[in-house]
Design a protein around this ligand. Structure first.
Ligand SMILES: [Mn+2]
Length: 264
């Protein structure tokens, strides 16, 4: 089986794949289908899939799992874990209310933001990325509030219909604010990133959130930023990061084509 040309040889078997920021929502059918195809395709040749936040554009609580749209996503994730592929989940700023019932239904393990995994001889720290956007003081205050267990209990005690409306309102507020905020506020803060390396002891960081896909190098430190997925607008974008058995990390575009980051 050596007949594939290099151009067609995409997304080889991997130890782990990393994605974030799909912002899945019923009004984005192409993005949703691309995610389902990804779960059926490249993910099946991996041993683990790490979902690093904002997989859903909104999540009012695990009792919304019965919604047919959510059911479809959950069933597709369940099929992946049933196939023996480990699923790991880190909350984003949109889907931070995903909880134990979702984890049980999908077979995913929920990790804390800043979790560290081993990759050969090196360590990789995983984060959504919102906690490192410390220049956005208003957001950091909001984040501290909504991550409090007491706030979450109180929020989840409201009727589902009310929560759906609140979550939809938060989304449109955040979209309006994003248009007013200076670009620098919307990116990670260098000191916050430095702290993440120091606290974790890792030299490699993978995060999403900023929608600015890249591979940044600072001396021996590497910072990979995941792309967001958007196939319902004119220019389709998306992609993932793969960790292979040798500990090498590569970025892939939406079509599974390798993006060249040059020598490591
Ligand atoms: Mn985000």
């Amino acid at each position: 089986m050596n007949s594939t040309s290099p151009a067609k040889e995409v997304a080889p078997a991997a130890l782990a794949l990393f994605i974030s920021d799909l912002h899945l929502q019923p009004s984005h059918p192409r993005t949703t289908q691309a995610f389902l195809d990804f779960l059926e395709g490249p993910v099946r040749r991996a041993q683990a899939l790490y979902l690093l936040g904002d997989i859903f554009d909104a999540w009012p609580g695990d009792d919304d799992m019965a919604l047919p749209y959510h059911r479809q996503i959950i069933d597709a994730l369940r099929a992946v874990s049933d196939a023996g592929i480990a699923l790991f989940w880190i909350a984003g700023n949109r889907d931070f209310l995903v909880g134990p019932a979702f984890a049980a239904a999908t077979g995913a393990r929920i990790l804390s933001d800043g979790a560290v995994i081993a990759a050969g001889a090196s360590r990789i720290v995983l984060a959504h990325g919102d906690a490192e956007c410390t220049d956005d003081h208003k957001y950091m205050q909001f984040r501290a509030m909504v991550r409090e267990p007491q706030w979450q209990r109180q929020f989840l005690s409201q009727p589902l219909t009310a929560r759906r409306a609140i979550v939809a309102g938060l989304r449109s507020d955040s979209r309006a604010q994003q248009q007013e905020k200076p670009m620098a506020l919307m990116d990670v803060n260098p000191q916050a990133i430095a702290r993440l390396y120091e606290q974790s002891g890792a030299e490699i960081l993978i995060h999403g959130h900023t929608h600015r896909p890249a591979c940044h190098r600072f001396g021996s430190r590497l910072r990979y930023v995941l792309p967001d997925w958007e196939l319902d607008e004119e220019t389709a974008r998306g992609g993932w990061i793969a960790l292979d058995a040798s500990g090498a990390i590569h970025r892939y575009d939406l079509h599974g084509m390798l993006l060249d980051d040059g020598p490591a």
